[in-house]
Structure formats: structure tokens, C-alpha cells
Design a protein around this ligand. Sequence first.
Ligand code: V47
Length: 376
Amino acid sequence: MKDPGIEDAALRPIAEKVRAGERLSFEDGVGLYRSHDLLALGWLAHYVRHKRHGDRTYFNVNRHLNPTNVCVASCKLCAFGRKPDAPGAYTMALEEAFRVAGENWSEAVTEFHIVGGLHPDLPFQYYVDLLRGLKERFPQVHLKAFTAVEIAYYSHITQLSIREILERLKAAGLDSLPGGGAEIFAPAVRRVICDHKIGAYTWLKVHRIAHEMGLASTATMLYGHIESAEDRVDHLLQLRALQDETGGFRTFIPLAFHPANTELGRRVPWPETTGFMDLKNIAVARLLLDNFPHIKAYWIMMTPRVAQVALRFGANDLDGTVVEEKIYHDAGAKTPQTMTRQQIIRLIHEAGLEPMERDTLYRPVIRTETSVAVQV
Ligand code: V47
């Protein structure tokens, strides 16, 4: 690839390291975040993405399922959780969850992404039965379920260890863990935005145990609130260190804070993140997380327009058909709640890239008129 102009002189030594395949340091990460030379960041990130994946760009056909929004925590960043008697609080009976999972089943979904609130009264058995029932009804669908925060909560309410919780869920059909709840690991930030949540130590511990048990997972970072560039880099490097240990993360997904209807947004009129910030987070993640195979542009939170551009700023994965989304739409997202395969494929083609449908573990999904198969 030809070298583009790098306007920001401070980026040049970092660019040299990237070209030499050297690992970037904490200071390099902060330097990337401080730079306004977005095109140079994007070029470097695309260079790394291209070396690893060429033009191949993944997407998946998934459906989100949120069985309850009732939550004992009151995180200031969240617009989704409700107290049991608050307007809009809901908890699906199991049969209802099975019915909702099957709704709008027009596209042979390969993944259910299941997350919910920390319900004060539902027994752990509810979650076991949920997974078992889904697996019985949709045996071909991968169950990516429950954030580390939920897993730690089930351990708390049952007094079972995290490993035992994961073993029971795995036996019931759990295939992998989603990456939610990570927010920003820095304790001073967590105290403000999500003081009811587990800390970094427990979040990382749940993922470590999951990886040891052969369960893949993803990781996220919430940006665009009170965090600093240093906090973001610290977060990314803690993820990189765990990935060095286990290799169990498939993907990283930067998540832009949506302030509407959140306590944080009520306290200070919070601006939404900008396209510039969203693209920068994708690019920096690609450059710092040298051991994460995939960087995902989640169009629900960055809009299809910015997500499409992100595919040339380091992202190699566009998530997904989704079908119904509550966490971001309760927090004011104006994006639609679903995209068809054809719409996703068009976004990727138009960016000059090569679409490849994947399952949750990034195995190619081959579709014919009458069947869907995962290539192992
Ligand atoms: O854990 C909550 C975040 C996450 C807000 O694993 C908010 O493949 C912005 O984790 N503004 C849920 N963000 C979404 C998530 C996710 C999404 C797509 C793919 C994957 C994956 C995971 O959303 C929460 C929290 O970090 N969140 N409230 C808000 N107001």
C-alpha cells in the first residue's frame, strides 16, 4: 500500500511501529486519541485490517432478545432498566420469549443475542429454562447470551461460583457470551456511570473463566461520556492483556454513549458522539487491539452511514440484522431496528469490499434457495 500524507508529525513514529508490526504502548494509544489527523488514523487502521482480512467484510443475520428490562441496578448510563413497578417494565414469560424469538423469522437467523436486566425475583432456573427452550425450538441457532454482569448476578443470587453458573448455562445451550457491561474499566468513571455494576476485575474474570471453558466471547467499551483518552487506552490494554492470556475474544465493539432518557443525560445535557469520534474509536481499537481478530461496527449505535465508512477505518464486521433493539432505542437512537441481508450487503459492496455472511464464530454461512449451512 502506498503511504498517504501524515499531517500530524506526532503520528509518524507510531505509524512506523504499525508498519513494522510492533505492538503499540499506552503512550502511543493516548497519542492516537489526541490526534486530529483522522484520515491518517483511518489509513493506518485500514492497512492493518487489510493485512489481516483483505477486503473480506463479515456480517451476520441475528436477532436480539431482551427477556426483561427489570433491573435492581440503577446505572446512570442506562435508559433500558426499570424498577419492577415502573411504567414500561416488562418480564417475558418463557413461552412469550420463545414466541418473540421466532417472530419476524424471515431470514434464517443464525444467532440470538440475549441480554436483560438484573431481575430481583426471577430464579436462576428461568435463564436455564430459557436457553434450553430456545435450543429445543431453534437447534441451529447460536445462543450468545448474558453479559458478564448478568453472570456475576446469577452467581450472587444462587451462591454458586461463576464457573458453576457458566457450566449450567452451557449444559442448557449457552454457546458464547456477549461483550456488554464492560463500559469503562477505570474505577473513578465506573463510580459515576454505573456504580451498581461489577468492576473490571469481575468482568474480566467471567470472560477468563468462559474462555477456559471453551466459550468464545466479545468485548465492548462505552465511550463519549466522562471518560478520558487515558481511561479508554487503559480499558483497551486490559482487554488486550486478557486476550494474550486466553485468546478467547472474537471481536471488539466500541459503543457510543446515547444520553437520552439516562440519569447521566438528565444531570448534564450531554452531547451525542460525533462521526469523527465514532470513526476514531474504531481506528484506535484496530491499532491497539493487535490480538483481536475482528473489530465490529455496530450500525444500530453509529448509524448505517457511519458504520459503512467505519469499514474503511479498521472495522471488518458489520452487525447485523438485529430485528428488534431496545437498549439504544430507549436511549434515543434514531436508527431503524432492523436491516435486511440485502441492505447490509449493499453497504459493504458500495464501500468496495467483499461481503461474507458469518455465524457467531466467524465461520462462513452458505445459503442456497432452500438451505443454510455453516462451513466448518
Ligand atoms: O452493556 C447501555 C451499552 C451495551 C447505553 O457482544 C449503552 O457482539 C450507549 O453490549 N448508550 C449493550 N450504550 C450492547 C452490547 C452489544 C451490542 C452489539 C453487539 C454486542 C456483542 C454487544 O450497551 C451495554 C452498555 O455497555 N449501553 N446503555 C446508552 N444509554
